[in-house]
Ligand binder design. Structure first.
Ligand code: COA
Length: 183
């Protein structure tokens, strides 16, 4: 899979075996890990990078992708799939290497990726949980058209601390009037 972001300076693409070095360089950052699930380790070892790539390459359907320049991986974006009555809900997560923050990349990546996911995986809803300490990610979601639906009090235990979570969602129906979506 390969999706251009914005004017094509960046792409969302399948992970490649050669991504290990860049994964270790950018993912090994506590400022990133503190905003994600514990599944995203800190320190981010070479073993963790290999394990991540192996798991992503075995996915069916493929739902975890790299955000990259033409030269290297600079981040990741992906979905958790749910089953049973939640089978048409996807949970999105993303991160970007710190040198690339504040350039609008995450917002563009999320916009492109959610449209791809709605089409490809027949979701009715894509949602995201954000720790209360993450205003940057809230802003990214709002700019990408997500709606704040609520605050899940004490919804997560992260780094030994109970934390509230914000729940954001975007519905497939809400893209009906969107030019890029219809075009
Ligand atoms: C959250 C994250 C993905 C944002 O990526 P980014 O590419 O810097 O975001 P953008 O440049 O698209 O910024 C979008 C908006 O958020 C704002 N923003 C970004 N980081 C911010 C921060 N730390 N605090 C406040 N606002 C922030 C930007 O100013 C911009 O708003 P504006 O256009 O009104 O000025 C990135 O900081 C990151 O990877 N953080 C660690 C992992 C993480 O938090 N993942 C999400 C878990 S839910």
């Amino acid at each position: 899979m390969r999706l251009p972001i914005g004017n094509g300076d960046y792409v969302i693409r399948s992970y490649e075996s050669g991504d290990v070095a860049a994964l270790m360089k950018y993912a090994n950052n506590e400022a990133i890990a503190r905003q994600l699930l514990d599944h995203f380790p800190h320190p981010y070892t070479e073993e963790a990078a290999h394990e991540w790539l192996r798991a992503a390459q075995e996915q069916d359907p493929e739902v975890s992708f790299a955000i990259a320049t033409p030269d290297e991986l600079i981040g990741g974006i992906g979905l958790l799939l749910r089953d049973d009555v939640f089978r048409r809900t996807g949970e999105v997560g993303y991160w970007l290497g710190e040198p690339f923050w504040r350039r609008g990349i995450a917002t563009l990546a999320l916009q492109v990726f959610t449209r791809w996911a709605f089409r490809k995986l027949d979701f009715a809803r894509i949602q995201a949980h954000v720790y209360e300490i993450n205003p940057g990610s809230c802003r990214v979601l709002e700019k990408a058209g997500f709606t704040l639906e609520g605050r899940l009090r004490n919804g997560a235990t992260k780094n030994g601390q109970l934390m509230d979570l914000y729940l954001y969602a975007l519905l497939a129906d809400e893209l009906e009037g969107d030019e890029e979506w219809n075009g």
